[in-house]
Design a binder for this molecule. Structure first.
Ligand code: HEC
Length: 162
């Protein structure tokens, strides 16, 4: 059955036109970061931090809308990379709610996968993470799960992590 748009009754056209216009506007207005999450995020992170990166209040920290602010700080960037590499455990406060969970290490991910994931979480804001930046933190001696926790305390105390 082929039916031309022009033969649709006018009330149907009236409903169709705004719908098409809305879809077009959504497509055009979508910023670069609104693309699908990188495969590394979808495979390794979204089960807990959710497909939109907003987590579950009190259980899994929200990352989107927080990572960009943390990444604007020099030590915040390092801590973000180290957190993914070494994991994180212990009592923290996120969005005013206590979280007491444990996240395992993701050192098995490539430098590029970690950079892509953090860039997606930062929603294209600020200076982009590069694989070289991830490699530099990976190559620094002395990082442990405990050090990640200590650094988080300092950054939270300084208001970098909220
Ligand atoms: C099994 C669930 C789980 C998975 C999978 C997971 N996380 Fe987490 N993540 C957590 C939990 C729980 C915390 C908070 C740990 C705590 O309470 O100290 C956390 C904390 C974080 C933090 C620090 C948040 C803060 O405010 O301190 C970052 C950044 C992060 N995760 C990124 C990632 C990335 C990137 C991935 C994928 C490579 C990932 N997570 C995979 C559960 C998970």
């Amino acid at each position: 059955m082929t039916r031309k748009l022009s033969r649709l009754p006018s009330h149907a056209m009236a409903r169709l036109v705004p719908a098409v216009a809305t879809l077009a506007a959504l497509g055009l207005a979508a910023p670069a970061w609104a693309q699908a999450a990188p495969k590394a995020y979808a495979t390794n992170c979204q089960l807990c931090h959710k497909p939109d990166g907003k987590g579950t209040p009190g259980v899994f920290p929200r990352l989107t809308g927080r990572v960009d602010a943390i990444a604007a700080h020099k030590d915040g960037r390092k801590w973000l990379i180290a957190t993914v590499l070494y994991g994180q455990s212990g009592a923290i406060t996120v969005d005013g709610k206590p979280v007491r969970g444990t996240m395992g290490p993701f050192a098995r991910l490539s430098d590029k996968d970690i950079a892509d994931t953090l860039n997606w979480l930062a929603q294209g804001k600020g200076r982009a993470f590069t694989p070289a930046e991830v490699a530099a933190v990976r190559g620094e001696p002395g990082w442990t799960l405990a050090k990640v926790g200590e650094m988080r305390k300092k950054l939270a105390g300084a208001g970098v992590i909220k």
